[in-house]
Design a protein around this ligand. Structure first.
Ligand code: C2E
Ligand code: CA
Ligand code: CA
Length: 582
């Protein structure tokens, strides 16, 4: 009798109706009807029996597989060692327990938590192997989903901070054993809030996904790009030889960010700040390496962003200073310690005073007067520029109306506007303030730097259009220092162009500056723009500008920025001056 027929007889043949037969019948029904998946092979591993639960779970029917080796179920996902261990366990007479991934007849994967038990006869010989188990595919899928939620960023699909920390910890151990170096890069998008605020979170999310992809393109397979939330990404660079290697990666990333991101047909220029720390040079623990890279990133940002920065031990002190500055600035805004100064502006055609430019100052209770270059960038980075800018605008309008009520013949007040304010519906604020103080829109000029407009030209064009509809004057500041062309500027509804101080200061000695100033004035006039030269300090400069046909001037020669009281007292004098005859 073959082994196959013997088990068949034991389990299924009903010969006599004695108690042993009844028992066999009962056993047979139990195997047939149990919800567990049952497969029995002979000692050589060929299938002798499968129950209906097996057929249901795998899609294979009994008659097509009896006598075959169960190898056809293999998914290919287990390594050869796995099967070797399994067989050596059961051949020794022990039970095997574990989750086996098999493949259904239709090709789908199927996870089974199974026990394979050897059947041993009276003489101690293995006669069969009985595999019982249950399908756990759904449970495994749930576990995988949980794992995915715990270790991956759901927006970009990149590893998240938790996974980064685990991998960094392993990488540190490995680097220690192999005497290697590694680097942590902390990346943060500069002014990403702008995109979210102006175009909505959906578009912001798409941009973030593309950022993730671009970062991955800059790195090797063995490196790890993770998103730790918001617009922050952390990269682990393994097996670094020198600091230069890391600098090269950072340069590559900055380079990749020099082309715009196109999402939903919108062009976004994104800038990124990168801070970097090295193992073992800077620190040796996960926590400290991350903190050091974060500090370095913070430093990169406070230097204006769009750059990379290695960690250095004195950084902690500098960063603390900056945090203090941020905190003090918030307080200063609340305490009204940011005040408006005003610098007179003159018309070169008739020599008369025309207006004043508002320039803010911070009156620090301990440190004295702080100039705007030291705190405007901080205010922009922290978002308090909106409040600061609105306050400056409001005060400027209030003072302007007051001067006019006092009989001063001043026609215009200029206020500097940060690109941040442009993305925040500044036109509604301007409209409210104009009507509150009773200014005619043409009496207000908003100054925007060339670089601010070029950061996001599309958004700037939209915002300027709305402002222009109100009727305010728009001026482009620091002209010549950015990278825009006049033809590009034609797209913006501008009224005036301010030649940057750096060109004026070289006049008239420097021939190049002289030629440039002449060219700017001519081109601006052909585009129907007025031209104001700033930073006029000498009579020679003034005369050159007069000759060149410049429309207006401002500078120390004619008046330094002054506080509101001083300007009230001196404007009368300024009024009587013909600036051309100074
Ligand atoms: P800006 O708008 O280009 O302002 C002109 C700067 O040149 C001012 O510096 C002014 O004091 C200085 N200046 C004027 N005439 C002369 C001169 O003859 N010689 C020299 N050497 N300098 C002269 P300040 O007040 O330090 O302002 C620096 C920058 O801070 C401004 O440059 C502007 O971009 C920004 N800023 C000032 N107030 C505000 C504000 O309320 N909002 C915003 N967003 N930015 C502001
Ligand atoms: Ca200005
Ligand atoms: Ca300027």
């Amino acid at each position: 009798m073959t082994e196959q027929s013997s088990i068949h007889n034991q389990v299924f043949m009903e010969t006599t109706e004695d108690s042993s037969t009844l028992y066999q019948r009962f056993m047979s029904q139990a195997l047939q009807q149990t919800a567990d998946i049952v497969l029995v092979t002979n000692r050589s591993g060929f299938i002798e029996y499968v129950n209906p639960a097996f057929e249901k779970a795998t899609g294979f029917e009994r008659q097509e597989i009896i006598g075959k080796n169960p190898g056809f179920l293999r998914s290919g996902l287990h390594k050869p060692d796995f099967y070797r261990d399994l067989w050596s366990t059961i051949r020794k007479g022990s039970a095997f327990r574990g989750v086996v991934v098999n493949r259904r007849k239709n090709g789908e994967l199927f996870h089974e938590e199974k026990t394979i038990t050897p059947l041993i006869d009276e003489s101690g010989r293995i006669t069969h192997f009985v595999s019982t188990g249950k399908g756990v595919t759904a449970r495994i899928a749930d576990q995988q989903k949980l794992h995915n939620l715990a270790y991956f960023d759901q927006l970009t699909g990149l590893p998240n901070r938790l996974q980064l920390r685990q991998q960094l910890s392993q990488a540190i151990s490995q680097a220690e054993r192999r005497k290697e170096k590694l680097a942590v890069m902390f990346l943060d998008l500069d002014r990403f809030k702008d995109i979210n605020d102006s175009l909505g979170h959906d578009e912001g999310d798409k941009v973030l996904c593309e950022v993730g992809q671009r970062l991955q393109c800059c790195l090797r397979q063995e490196d790890l790009v993770s998103r730790s939330g918001g617009d922050e990404f952390i990269i682990l660079v393994r097996d670094v030889k020198t600091e230069k290697d890391v600098a090269k990666v950072a340069e590559k990333i900055l380079n990749r960010f020099s082309t715009s991101f196109v999402v939903n047909g919108h062009d976004h220029m994104l800038h990124i700040s990168i801070g970097m720390s090295l193992y073992p040079n800077d620190h040796q623990s996960v926590q400290n390496l991350l903190k050091a890279a974060d500090l370095a990133m913070y430093q990169a940002k406070s230097k204006g962003g769009s750059r990379f920065q290695f960690f250095s031990s004195d950084m902690e002190h500098r960063v603390l200073q900056r945090i203090e500055l941020e905190r003090d600035l918030k307080q200063a805004i609340i305490n009204n310690n940011i005040v408006n100064f005003y610098q007179p502006q003159y018309n070169l055609h008739d020599g008369k005073l025309t207006g004043a430019e508002t320039l803010v100052r911070w009156l620090h209770p301990q440190k004295g007067m702080i100039g705007p270059v030291h705190f405007i960038p901080v205010a922009e980075e922290t978002g308090s520029i909106i409040e600061l800018g609105n306050h400056a605008l409001r005060k400027a309008c209030e003072h302007f109306i007051c001067w006019r009520k006092n009989g001063l013949k001043i026609e215009n007040i200029s206020v500097n506007v940060s690109p941040f304010q442009l993305s925040q519906d500044i036109h509604t604020e301007v409209e409210t303030v104009l009507s509150e103080y009773g200014l005619k829109p043409g009496q207000l000029t908003l100054e925007l730097t060339e670089t601010a407009l070029m950061l996001n030209p599309e958004m700037a064009a939209q915002a300027l259009k709305k402002l222009k509809l109100l009727g305010v004057q728009l001026s482009i500041d620091d002209f010549g220092t950015g990278y825009s062309s006049l033809s590009y500027l034609q797209r913006f509804p501008l009224d005036c162009l301010k030649i940057d101080r750096s060109f004026v200061s070289d006049l008239p000695v420097n021939e190049e500056s002289a030629a440039l100033v002449n060219a700017i004035i001519n081109m601006a006039h052909s585009l129907k723009l007025k031209v104001i030269a700033e930073g006029v300090e000498t009579e020679q400069q003034l005369n050159f500008l007069l000759e060149a046909g410049c429309d207006g001037v401002q500078g120390y020669l004619l008046g330094k920025p002054m506080d509101e009281l001083s300007i009230m007292q001196t404007l009368e004098n300024f009024q009587s001056i013909d600036c051309r005859k100074i």
